[in-house]
Design a protein around this ligand. Structure first.
Ligand SMILES: Nc1nc2c(ncn2[C@@H]2O[C@H](COP(=O)(O)OP(=O)(O)O)[C@@H](O)[C@H]2O)c(=O)[nH]1
Ligand SMILES: [Mg+2]
Length: 375
């Protein structure tokens, strides 16, 4: 499953983002998941569902908005010098190593200093130093790997030893590409930066935008997607929805009050609605969806066994929605369903056009496909 990692200095709202995104409210809840680590949870990306009466096995569907599960890590806050063991240390980096996309949460209002205490902050500088900490940590690991080959006295062993980095979510071709361009220097820092830039996508959640958006324009000059967010507001909305006060579909620009509220609650919700009018929602769902569909480059695909009724053999309508890499083929989808289905692949049928497609057919976002297999 795709993994997202929330990164940032302390007190920017990572845990609020995590809590809001993973809150098991009544509607987005039926995902069988036992938390092994307290900071690992299930969030959902939002996509379109072609059927109003579908029966999702995982995630949920609310008024043709299909919510598909992805994993998300909340990581301990990073302070300058973390790679040296300062502050909360390396636990942070262990958690993000599996993450394909790094969601950089920053305080766009600039009301927290570098250590996360109340004070003056610079959100652009925060992005820079957090990534630098990441790269320094990675450089330390690279240096150790290269050191191994020096001991062995064989420089050709270097590439082989560096291949161990695949355990950090860095693929072999990234390592080979970077090796072709950069020879690791003593501190391996530039090499680490180049690797991280290839292996990890970064997106910025310009959080606490409800306080002020002081640094937003400057953040937008960096080369990353940026969204103004309020994790606090998203959390409030999901909790209010869970408590039955409002009807709210995550990612929407508005909500509906369905219970009598006191004046405090009413004015709090009014403030939230004003924010949502200005930023087209709280931003949290946009960050999740952009991470998965644009940065991790996944497509959502619905496999079915009956291309007319859009059901499985038991009559469930669109029970599965799989997130697949953009270049994946019909055969890859068959393998995702089951190894024997993949091995016995004969053809696939596009439920929208009823056209037969072959093993090499490249999956498109929101495809509905029936796989015909020998098994
Ligand atoms: N105004 C405002 N406060 C927020 C927002 N997100 C988090 N906070 C507050 O910022 C503080 C730190 O939040 P937390 O999620 O624990 O930050 P973390 O240390 O990065 O995990 C808490 O008091 C939160 O209530 C936000 O979007 N807006
Ligand atoms: Mg936290």
């Amino acid at each position: 499953m795709t993994v997202l990692g929330l990164m940032g200095k302390p007190n920017v709202g990572k845990s609020s983002f995590f809590k809001a995104a993973t809150l098991k409210d009544v509607e987005v809840a039926n995902y069988p998941f036992t938390t092994i680590k307290p900071n690992l949870g299930v969030a959902h990306v939002k996509t379109k569902c072609p059927h109003e009466k579908c029966n999702p096995k995982r995630g949920a569907c609310i008024k043709t908005n299909r919510f598909v599960p992805v994993e998300i890590y909340d990581v301990a806050g990073l302070v300058p010098g973390a790679h040296l063991g300062k502050g909360l240390g390396n636990q942070f980096l262990d958690d993000v190593r599996r993450s394909e996309v790094l969601i950089m949460v920053v305080d766009v209002s600039g009301t927290t200093d570098k250590e996360g205490n109340e004070g003056q902050g610079n959100a652009v500088e925060d992005v820079r130093f957090v990534l630098e900490e990441f790269d320094r940590w990675l450089a330390k690991i690279i240096k150790k790997q290269i050191g191994k080959s020096r001991h062995a006295g064989k420089s050709e062993k270097m590439e082989e030893n560096l291949m161990d980095l695949v355990g950090l979510g860095i693929s072999e071709h990234h390592i080979k590409d970077v090796l072709r361009e950069i020879t690791p220097k003593d501190d391996c820092f530039d090499f680490a930066t180049a690797l991280r830039q290839r292996a990890k996508k970064v997106i910025i959640a310009a959080n606490k935008a409800d306080i002020s958006t002081k640094w937003l324009t400057e953040l937008e000059t960096l080369n990353y997607p940026v969204f103004a967010t309020s994790a606090a507001y998203e959390l409030a909305l999901r909790q209010a929805s869970e408590a039955g006060f409002i009807e709210y579909i995550p990612g929407n620009k508005n909500f509906k009050i369905i219970k009598k509220l006191d004046s405090n609650q009413t004015s709090a919700l009014k403030r939230i609605q004003e924010f949502m009018d200005k930023f087209e929602g709280t931003g949290i769902q946009k960050v999740l969806d952009t991470s998965v569909f644009e940065l991790a480059k996944l497509v959502a695909v619905y496999p079915v066994e009956d291309e007319n009724k859009l059901t499985d053999t038991k009559g469930n309508i669109l029970p599965d929605c799989f997130l697949m890499k953009k270049e994946s083929t019909a055969k890859d989808l068959a393998y995702k369903i089951h190894t024997t289905i993949g091995d016995g692949f004969i053809r696939a049928v596009d439920a929208k056009t009823k056209r037969v497609v072959g093993a090499d057919y490249e999956l498109k976002h929101l495809d509905i496909l029936r796989i015909v297999s020998k098994k």
